[in-house]
Unconditional design. Structure first.
Length: 116
């Protein structure tokens, strides 16, 4: 099985293509001073860019895990998510509360997409 690494770094790759699937690393906001809705929109835009490097778009996402630093941010995160997701093409999804590596990050999103 061929493995392709997209934007590989010393510690991790932004994405890995293997077995017809594209695994994105957890994406975190670059705008750490923003509210949850803006941070989520920032992360979703990064996901769009990374998927494009693999020749895909968000409709190829089959699984998504969203990590929130505080479940009180759930509604604000969903506001950005609902504006981004394509109706009828939403992936399977889980949202959990977790202590994130940087306290300024309010959200981290990890996705798996399928290459056809």
């Amino acid at each position: 099985m061929a493995i392709e690494r997209i934007l590989p770094g010393a510690r991790y790759s932004e994405a890995v293509v293997a077995g017809g699937l594209v695994f994105l690393s957890g994406m975190v906001p670059e705008i750490t001073t923003a509210d949850i809705t803006a941070q989520t929109a920032d992360v979703l835009a990064q996901i769009d860019k990374t998927l494009a490097l693999a020749g895909l778009d968000k409709t190829a996402i089959v699984d998504c895990t969203i990590y929130l630093g505080n479940m009180a941010d759930y509604a604000g995160m969903n506001q950005a998510w609902d504006a981004w997701v394509v109706p009828g093409k939403a992936p399977a999804r889980a949202t959990v509360e977790a202590r994130l590596a940087n306290p300024d990050w309010r959200v981290e999103i990890k996705v798996i997409a399928a290459k056809s």
